[in-house]
Structure formats: C-alpha cells, structure tokens
Design a protein around this ligand. Structure first.
Ligand SMILES: Nc1nc2c(ncn2[C@@H]2O[C@H](COP(=O)(O)OP(=O)(O)OP(=O)(O)O)[C@@H](O)[C@H]2O)c(=O)[nH]1
Ligand SMILES: [Mg+2]
Length: 240
C-alpha cells in the first residue's frame, strides 16, 4: 500500500534556500467573527508575532516576515530532509495550533493556515521580501482607505469607490481628510520582522577576577523594521 503514497518522496531541491509562506484561511470571516478592530487590530498583530516566535523556536529559520494574515519563513536548512508534504502539513498545522493557543478565545470555526514552498536563490531573497513589504504598504493604504470610506458611505458605495481609485488617489483622499499615513505605526506600513540578534551579557570571571563581556543570541521581534535593503539583510546575517 505504501506505493500509493506517490507524493511522499517529493523534496525541495538540495542545497537550495527555501521560503515558506503561510496565509490565514478565510481570515476575512474570522476578523468579522472575532470583531477585529479595523483597519488594524493590535491584539491580532501581537498574537501573530507570538506565533512567529513559536515558529522560530521550533523550526529555526533564518528570518520571518509577517503582515496581515501572512507569514513568510526563510530557511537555509530544512527539517524532514526537505520533504514537501511533511513541511507543508506540519508547519501549517503548527501555525494554526499556535494561533489558537495564543488567541485564547472562542472561535466560531477552527482557524487554519495554508502553506506553500518557494525555492529561492540568494540573489532573489531581497526581491521577494521587498515584494511582500510592498504588498504590506498597499494593504495599509487600502485598509485605511476603505475604513474611511465606510465611515462616510454605505458598504457597497465605499467598495465601488475604492475599486475605481489608484493607490495614490486613496493616499491623497486620506491626506485631504486629515489622515496622514506617515504618522501611522511602522509595523502597519512595513510589517514585522523576526530574527536572531546578539545581546551583550556582562558577567564576572571569578578565575581571572575581572568582568567579561560575551554575546548571546536571542529571538528578536522587530516592530520597527526599515524598508528592506541589502544592508538590512546583511546586518541581520541573512545575506553575506
Ligand atoms: N479587521 C481586521 N481584519 C484583518 C486584520 N488583519 C487581517 N485581517 C483580515 O484578513 C484578511 C486577509 O486577506 P486575505 O488573506 O486576502 O483573505 P482571506 O479571507 O484570508 O482569504 P484566503 O486567504 O484566500 O483564504 C483581510 O482581508 C482582513 O479581512 C486586522 O488587523 N483587522
Ligand atoms: Mg488569508
């Protein structure tokens, strides 16, 4: 019967870095069911950031990036010998359970995340994360735009209006009405990064009878990430 498990030996290419992207299933409905604050729900973002910490501790990626209901993990070494079925199912399952544990509320339906695997070359890592960060900005402008329009018009009219507008139109509309997106918190515009950072630890060396400085790495949740650049990825040790 094992012969029927035709996909179980499918693996990611050897020696390739890999990005896994998870996305909340029907989180539009989940946001409605849980009465999430629009356009940005601070508690939801805190929960997602803790899910990312769990993912980092469990699977040791190089870097995680998250905004809205999506999470991208960059790996250089993969668990399960790179087996695609294992990776997609275990990591999506782990993410969903972590989300439920951290949310600690009554859900109408069990939340789930989908998962995809993207093999990536070093040269394309920056491009990938810039692409997702650009999407985070689009999401920021549009979600503020639709919230503003819904405060003035019916849902249908607001949806029609925003569909006919470019990103800069929405930006301008918000600005004209006293909402300056420059003043919005960084994580809403650029998302959140999770990576290892060195912490300085000053101890006392009894043998040598003097203070000693060492560095210990810890998982850092960066709510103030810059616009992604080569320098940023070099600084956090993802690119050389
Ligand atoms: N109110 C509120 N909603 C949020 C927030 N973050 C994410 N969402 C919701 O999550 C959705 C994510 O978009 P998508 O992933 O495209 O839509 P989805 O409903 O999850 O659909 P699928 O991913 O295709 O299953 C948004 O449309 C919002 O409705 C938040 O901070 N506040
Ligand atoms: Mg989704």
């Amino acid at each position: 019967m094992k012969d029927y498990e035709v996909y179980s030996s499918l693996k990611v290419p050897k020696n390739s870095k890999v990005i896994m992207r998870l996305d909340g299933r029907s989180f539009h409905s989940l946001a409605r069911d849980l009465n999430l604050v629009k356009p940005y729900d601070e508690n939801f973002y805190k929960v997602i950031s803790e899910v990312c910490r769990d993912l980092f501790e469990e699977f040791s990626p190089l870097f995680i990036y998250t905004f809205s209901d999506e999470i991208s993990l960059l790996f250089d070494k993969l668990p399960y010998d790179g087996r695609i079925e294992k990776l997609n199912s275990v990591i999506a399952g782990f993410t969903s359970s972590s989300f439920v544990l951290h949310y600690n509320t009554d859900f109408k339906k069990p939340p789930a995340f989908d998962s995809r695997i993207i093999p990536i070359n070093d040269e394309n890592i920056l491009e990938y994360f810039k692409w997702r960060q650009e999407e985070s900005w689009v999401n920021c402008v549009n979600s503020h735009g639709i919230s503003y329009l819904k405060s003035k018009y019916s849902n249908n009219v607001a949806n029609d209006k925003i569909n006919g507008m470019s990103l800069s139109d929405v930006h301008e509309l918000l600005f004209q009405n006293g909402i300056n997106l420059n003043d919005v918190e960084t994580y809403k515009k650029r998302g959140i990064g999770i990576y290892r950072k060195n912490k300085k630890v000053v101890g006392f060396n009894k043998k040598e009878n003097k203070e000693q400085t060492s560095y210990r790495s810890h998982i850092y949740i960066d709510w103030q990430i810059p616009k992604f650049s080569e320098e940023f990825f070099k600084e956090i040790g993802v690119l050389i």
